[in-house]
Design a protein around this ligand. Sequence first.
Ligand code: SF4
Ligand code: SF4
Length: 229
Amino acid sequence: MVKSMTTPPATKKATVPTRSSDRPNVQRPGEESVPIMKMRPTIKYEADRVRGFGREIMSVPGCEQLQSCIQCGTCSGVCPLSIYMDHTPRQVMALTRADFKNEVLRSRTIWLCASCYACTVECPQEIRITDIMYELKQRAILEGIFPKRFPIPILAYDFSEMVKKNGRITEMILVIKLFMKTSWLAALGNWRLGIDLIKTGRFSLVTEKIKHHGDIARMMDAVDDQKGS
Ligand code: SF4
Ligand code: SF4
C-alpha cells in the first residue's frame, strides 16, 4: 500500500517572547517560578532633592529631634510592618532629613504605618518617628500625592472633611464613600456585614451632627493654615 504524499501539517514555530509583557506569568511543569520584578533605580541624585523639605518637617512641633537620627535601624527592626514597606522607617527618616521629598511622599511606607509607636518607644535618640510619619501623611494629602485608589489617604481625607462639616463622622456614609472611591467589589463582598451593623444600630443611616460644629471647622482650618495649605 502506498502512503499518500500529503504535505505534513505545519509545526508551530516556537517563539521566544522578547518583552516581559509577552510572557505570561505561568509556571510550567519543570520550570522554576520567577516572579517578574519591578525595576526601580536605587541611586539618589542631588537633583532629586527638594531643598528645605527636611528643615520644614523638622520645624513642626514634635519632629525636631529628627536632626539627631544616628541611622541605627532600631525603628526598622521593631516595626511590625517594615517587611511590607518600600522604604523602612530608618530610610524614611534619612530621606526626609536629606530633602528627598518626592521619594518620601510617594512612598507606601507612610500609609502602611499603623501608628503602633513601637519605633518611637525604642528609638535611642527619642525621635518621634510615628509623629513624623503623621506629618508626612498630612503633607502627602495636602499636596495630593498618594497612590491612586489607596484606601488609607482617601479615608483620612474624607474623615477630616466630615468632621469639619458636621463635627463628627457618620460611619455608614464614610464607608460608602470609601468603597465608591476605591473598590465597589469590596463593597459587594461586605454587604452582609453592613446590614448586620445597621440592624444592631452600629451604623446610622442618618447624618450625625454635633452642636457648634462650626467651632471645630474653624480650629481645623487654623491648623491647615499654619501648615500653609
Ligand atoms: S531608631 Fe531613631 S536613631 Fe535609630 S534609625 Fe530610627 S529614627 Fe534614627
Ligand atoms: S509606628 Fe509605624 S513605623 Fe513605627 S513601628 Fe509602628 S508601624 Fe512601624
